[in-house]
Write a protein that binds this ligand. Structure first.
Ligand SMILES: NC(=O)c1ccc[n+]([C@@H]2O[C@H](COP(=O)([O-])OP(=O)(O)OC[C@H]3O[C@@H](n4cnc5c(N)ncnc54)[C@H](O)[C@@H]3O)[C@@H](O)[C@H]2O)c1
Ligand SMILES: C[N+](C)(C)CC=O
Length: 489
């Protein structure tokens, strides 16, 4: 496979010859060495996208034809699912079965947006001015800069690439510098599917150089970013250079509210999955569990018993339930948070250390960790750890649960478990979150919008809203009976 950047329809090395080793977090082996671009490469990619947009070959192509090409990308991804999943597992350490699920979701995203390509025909407005027509149409925004994180490398890229292309934009994609492999591979599929030269450009490299120069470029019209809240704030500032449109998908500290009347076994099982799936490296991880007081002790016991048995290991082995953290640096961050939790007075009920198994020593593994006796003000409860660390608090009433769940700067996602559906709907209505799950945790799909309230972000991905992000709205008014006004005598 190519290990280069893709600019103006050509596979190229970094202008200054930069290279980066891509590391498997399971064993620290080098999987590949890819081009590592810099500011000049980013500017070249932007210039290519600008030229392609201004020349209009993609933008003016009939929408159904753009849809056909994007549909073909989805088909090619389906056909390459095993190869792509293997790369994703090597790059991130996530289990192969999770990577396969991701690839199926990704293909569905391209096919879903392809299906919307020719469904937006504009809208006629009932003009209040006699002798006129008024219509509203959607047009592409222009050049889009797309910046993605390492935890769901290709999935987060797909949520941006598919709608940006379908809407008629040109783009520059910058994946996380530590997990670029599947995104590079998909650009090979773009070429195969017939995306014209210059329309989709790929630049590899760090956020501080490459990403920052997409964000502050005068030639980029929109930035769509997925990543941490602090980076999101920097991007927002950089985007002010030319008042770019921005879409931000940021972090979360997602509450999982379990009422005493919930189905006990289901709620325990889902709480486990909510936080420990993909070693907790999920923006919407249910890292903050709120349990109604009467069932607290039994719930904690059941959870600890199950979490103890989570099998860590090589993502390619069938019995592995969870892989490593992404890097040594990230494991240090998780360890620092665990220390903070202990210093704050939370009780360590499980984990709180690296595993001792001989076969896990080369990977960045960390044991599933559970804190009890947590209170809403603790940093371990308020801040995104992004690792296998669960905090548990109790609550005494519906109002108490809602107040505690909303007491955070974030507003991405969360869940409530109860057999009382009227109560579940009341709680869902009061939570300040972009997604609320009732008696479930984690489902997301191409048809439904995804995004955050508060500091979890701006804008939405997926669904019709996810396509609208990549469009400008234009009002076209026509005077059908023009005559002089004679306002000025
Ligand atoms: N809301 C969502 O849907 C969602 C989904 C996945 C991940 N996330 C969040 O992503 C975070 C983890 O990912 P991460 O550690 O890769 O995030 P990050 O913010 O460190 O990096 C994300 C991307 O931004 C780039 N970047 C870094 N500094 C930049 C700058 N100054 N200008 C432009 N680009 C820059 C990076 O190179 C990378 O490509 C978590 O906070 C997680 O919650 C959110
Ligand atoms: C958005 N999601 C849940 C796919 C990945 C978040 O990290």
């Amino acid at each position: 496979m190519r290990l280069q950047m893709y600019i103006d329809g050509k596979w190229v090395d970094a202008g200054a010859g930069g290279k980066r080793a891509i590391i498997n977090p399971y064993n620290q082996e080098t999987i590949a060495t890819v081009a590592e671009g810099n500011k000049e490469d980013a500017l070249q990619a932007v210039a290519s996208a600008r030229k392609a947009f201004d020349e209009g070959a993609w933008t003016k192509k009939p929408a159904n034809e753009r849809g056909e090409i994007v549909h073909e990308i989805g088909r090619l991804i389906r056909a390459s699912r095993e190869e792509l999943a293997e790369l994703e597992t090597l790059d991130t350490g996530k289990t192969y079965s999770e990577s396969l699920d991701d690839m199926d979701d990704i293909a569905n995203v391209f096919i879903y947006f392809a299906g919307l390509a020719d469904k937006e025909g504009g809208e006629m407005i009932d003009s209040p001015i006699p002798g006129s027509t008024s219509k509203v149409i959607r047009e592409p925004v222009g050049v889009c800069g797309l910046i993605t994180p390492w935890n769901y490398p290709l999935l987060q890229a797909a949520w941006k690439l598919a709608p940006a292309l379908v809407a008629g934009n040109t783009l520059v994609m910058k994946p996380s510098e530590i997990t670029p492999l599947t995104t590079v591979k998909v650009f090979e599929l773009f070429e195969q599917a017939g995306v014209p030269a210059g329309v989709a450009n790929l630049v590899l490299g760090p956020g501080k150089s490459v990403g920052a120069h997409l964000s502050d470029s005068m030639d980029v019209d929109l930035i769509s970013f997925t990543g941490g809240v602090e980076t999101g704030k920097k991007i927002m500032q950089a985007a002010s250079t030319n008042v770019k449109k921005i879409a931000l998908e940021l972090g979360g500290k997602n509450p999982n509210i379990v009422f005493a009347d919930a189905d006990f076994e289901t709620a325990v099982d889902q709480a486990l999955n909510a936080v420990f799936f993909h070693a907790g490296q999920v923006c919407s991880a249910g890292a903050r569990l709120l349990v109604e007081r009467p069932i607290h002790d039994a719930f904690v016991n059941a959870l600890v018993k199950r979490a103890k048995n989570i099998k860590l290991g090589n993502g390619f082995e069938e019995d592995t339930q969870s892989g490593p953290l992404i890097s040594a640096e990230h494991r240090d961050k998780v360890e620092t948070y665990v220390k903070i939790g202990q210093e704050e007075g939370a009780t360590l009920a499980l984990g709180g250390r690296r595993p001792e198994d001989a076969d896990l020593q080369q990977g960045f593994f960390y044991l599933p960790t559970i804190f009890t006796n947590c209170t809403a003000e603790m940093r371990i409860v308020q801040e995104e750890v992004f690792g296998p660390v669960l905090t548990i608090e109790t609550f005494n009433s519906e109002e108490d649960a809602i107040a505690k769940a909303n007491h955070t700067i974030y507003g991405l996602a969360g869940a409530t478990f109860t057999e009382d559906i009227a109560k579940a709907e009341r709680v869902a209505g009061q939570l300040r979150l972009g997604t609320v799950w009732i008696n479930d945790f984690h489902p997301y799909f191409a048809q439904a919008p995804w995004g955050g309230y508060k500091q979890s972000g701006i804008g939405r991905e997926l669904g019709r809203a996810g396509l609208e992000e990549y469009t400008e709205t234009k009002h076209v008014f026509r005077n059908t009976t023009p005559v002089p006004l004679h306002w000025f005598k």
